[in-house]
Ligand binder design. Sequence first.
Ligand SMILES: *Cc1c(COP(=O)(O)O)cnc(C)c1O
Length: 220
Amino acid sequence: MKEICHNIQKIKKKLPPDVTLVAVSKTKPVSDILDAYNCYQRHFGENKVQELVNKYEKLPKDINWHMIGHLQRNKVKYIVPFVYLIHGVDNLKLLQEIEKQAAKINRIVNVLLQIKIARETTKFGMNEELLSEIVNLYQNNTFTHIQLKGLMGMATHTTDSKQIAGEFRYLHQLFEKYNRILPEFTYLSMGMSGDYPIAVANGSNLIRIGSAVFGARTYM
Ligand SMILES: *Cc1c(COP(=O)(O)O)cnc(C)c1O
């Protein structure tokens, strides 16, 4: 069996049935994605718009593409026609641009709001206050071409698993708060190769796994 397929099966075997694995294929060639696809993997994540669009064009159309990286407003239009889920929405202007581009083509786009849970100042994400503001706007039908599907977060890069668990627990609590009032609010995206068991133990149902599926990345 190919190694990528072996990795996917090994990870999936340990996941509860309600957890979806997003295979993060950034920097990896189309041939690697096809190995995963032939192993019944259908959810893939990329963090750069150009790379996402290139791969979308080359690969089978029943793939669900996740935009997991920081998204610039001027690039929204390139992914809105086909993207399955945008994970990293962390400001109102970006949400407004997604609404505008989605309205143009009459498509409903699924988004997750990214919450800052890590200690590092370099990590993106909004605070609770902005989250509450955006949910209010959403409930007042400000966004008719957007489905708020849930929350996304990245934990601090640390070996302190208690710290990581605490951050994921906090995000899960926030998620539960809005999950009770919005029926479509169903995804909690947290967990990467290094911390997904902690994320799943703390309520994640969407994990974004790169290196544990495809091997280590080498950046040019
Ligand atoms: C690259 C990336 C991942 C996957 O990272 P691994 O450590 O390789 O699993 C997950 N989420 C985001 C936002 C990423 O940019």
